[in-house]
Design a binder for this molecule. Structure first.
Ligand code: HEM
Length: 184
């Protein structure tokens, strides 16, 4: 399955990179080009997610799970791929559910932030995939400078997990509260 995975990953990589540019453009511009590109965003993100999920599923079939998860590099690749797919699924859901309203006020910067995080996660996942096949790039050197060696397991400290859970609950509460305020 390795050649299929290698071919398939190019689709989500190209589509999500294009989506990153489109979202950043729309966040900064209200011009005709940005609006036209935005109209293609939901189909673009949908096809990107479809190919992302297919590439993910085929990736699981390349090597047995015990083999790929035996190395930190393999585990990090799976982790990066999972975060990437989850991030882009969220972007698609928000843009589809909220429509053009996502470009009003502060939420346009939230969209831009999500797109940049999704682009960076995608870049890291691709870089780790490259390491699995012996193709190295300077991205891993940058990550090393930032304190993460891609050949070692990336641990999230417990305190970070607690902060993530607390922030999620607070954001959820904020959303419910502002919705009920609107309804009054
Ligand atoms: C959206 C998700 C994913 C992306 C974007 C991605 C990306 C990549 C890339 C760019 C490569 C290097 C290809 C090359 O240059 O030859 C690669 C290789 C690889 N990936 Fe993924 N990957 C994803 C998900 C997964 C998952 C979930 C697994 C397994 C659980 C996986 C397992 C592998 C393996 C085993 C290789 C090495 C293939 C070989 O030996 O030729 N990938 N991946």
């Amino acid at each position: 399955m390795a050649p299929y995975h290698v071919v398939l990953v190019h689709f989500p990589i190209a589509l999500w990179m294009t989506a990153t540019l489109a979202i950043v453009l729309r966040a900064f511009s209200t011009g005709a080009l940005a609006r036209t590109v935005d109209r293609a965003l939901v189909p673009l993100l949908s096809v990107g997610l479809l190919f992302g999920v297919i590439a993910f599923a085929v990736g699981l079939m390349v090597w047995p799970l015990e083999t790929i998860s035996a190395s930190a590099l393999g585990r990090n690749h799976i982790l990066g791929a999972s975060w990437t797919v989850a991030c882009w699924a969220t972007v698609l859901f928000v843009r589809w559910r909220c429509g053009e309203a996502v470009w009003n006020g502060i939420s346009r910067w939230v969209m831009a932030g999500f797109a940049l995080v999704g682009g960076v996660l995608l870049g890291i996942t691709g870089t780790l995939g490259g390491h699995l096949v012996g193709i190295y790039t300077d991205v891993s050197n940058v990550l090393r400078l930032l304190g993460w060696d891609v050949y070692t397991t990336y641990y999230v400290p417990n305190v970070t997990l607690v902060i993530i859970v607390v922030a999620s609950v607070l954001l959820l509460g904020l959303g419910v509260w502002s919705r009920s305020k609107k309804a009054i």
